[in-house]
Design a binder for this molecule. Structure first.
Ligand code: 48N
Length: 310
């Protein structure tokens, strides 16, 4: 594709942005003809922009205060699960809480600084489902850039009308219930705050959190790190789990099967998937292969939906 050629001769006629030949389209099909000399946007008042954003955000906060499903962590596992859940159950309200401004977790690069993403079969079936192209290498496939997978699954998740992503928002605690007769703990929602506030509770006056009630939570907060493995660590600190087994050394073949097979509801109301599970179960890490993240998300969605089938 030849680079766009901007016509440089000033002329009274509209200066057209002439695009080079792009696939079968002609320049006229997609050229944006503007009279750049007299170009101007439609007028707006700053408060209109503010109201356009805040009206929608606070309507979403009100709507998702009672969610059907909360997913903690919009990494490759959480997003894959969100895609399956949103497509399977358009009647359910799904809130995704993501601590970073940018969702996607560790799936923007394939490994170290290398951009290609490897997924072992049968994870190619998920790539087919979300229509991400790849090179077939026999037992595994290669997506030419990890960001192609992550941006594609993210864009499809965000397009579902029953999904709301709350990014730059951190889950800093869990809502819990105790069964009055058995005393069994059940997770019944999440406690959230702006991530910047969550990061600075120790050095600024207390700012209380917000809450979201939901009958089922899927936690996919990744392996240990500044924010990683949040939920399983919180289970331990509240005495709901004895201790974390801790993620083990790298062994691709062992790790990926263990994570997918181990994805499950670990306490009533809480499903854990992805690398967060390796901290809980003591599974190996797999390093730069992502098939287990996608399929752990698919299996997590099954575990979540089972709650609604009960
Ligand atoms: O990408 P991650 O960290 O987690 P997963 O499990 O989706 O994918 C893991 C994968 O990227 C690997 O680690 C690969 C396969 N490597 C394995 C290996 O051997 O090293 O995404 C977790 C997301 C992040 O975006 C965090 O910002 C977010 O969860 N997060 C939270 N969001 C809200 N509240 C929290 N408390 C929280 N903690 C983490």
């Amino acid at each position: 594709m030849s680079p766009p050629v901007l016509s440089t001769t000033a002329s009274p006629a509209p200066t057209a942005v002439k695009l080079g030949k792009i696939s079968n389209a002609t320049a006229n099909d997609i050229a944006i003809k503007q009279d750049w000399e007299s170009f101007t946007f439609k007028p707006i008042r700053e408060s209109t922009v503010s109201r356009a954003m805040t009206k929608r955000y606070f309507a979403d906060l009100e709507k998702y205060a009672e969610s059907d499903i909360v997913i903690i962590g919009a990494g490759s596992c959480g997003l894959s699960a969100a895609y399956v859940l949103a497509k399977a159950r358009p009647d359910l309200k799904i809130a995704i809480i993501e601590g970073g401004v940018a969702p996607g977790g560790g799936a923007w690069l394939g490994g170290q600084l290398f951009s290609a993403m490897v997924m072992r079969k049968p994870a190619d079936e998920f790539l087919d489902e979300i229509q991400v192209p790849y090179e077939d290498e026999g037992d595994y496939v290669v997506v030419k850039h990890a960001a192609l997978f992550t941006s594609t699954v993210l864009s499809k998740v965000l397009a579902f009308p029953n999904v709301k992503l709350f990014n730059a928002t951190t889950v800093e605690d869990l809502i819990t219930r105790r069964d009055p007769s058995t005393g069994q703990l059940r997770i019944a929602g999440v406690v959230t705050n702006w991530t910047l506030v969550s990061m600075h509770h120790d050095d600024q006056s207390c700012m209380d959190p917000n809450t979201i009630n939901a009958p089922i939570i899927l936690s996919t907060t990744g392996h240990d790190g500044p924010f990683g493995a949040f939920t399983v660590k919180r289970l331990v600190s509240m005495g709901a789990a004895e201790k974390l087994q801790g993620m083990q050394g790298l062994d691709m073949n062992t790790a990926e099967d263990a994570i997918v097979k181990g994805t499950r509801e670990i306490v009533p109301g809480l499903v854990v998937g992805g690398m967060e599970l390796s901290e809980f179960d003591g599974a190996n890490r797999m390093g730069p292969t992502f098939g287990a993240m996608a399929l752990s998300g698919v299996k997590a969605a099954d575990a979540v939906l089972a709650v609604f089938d009960e």
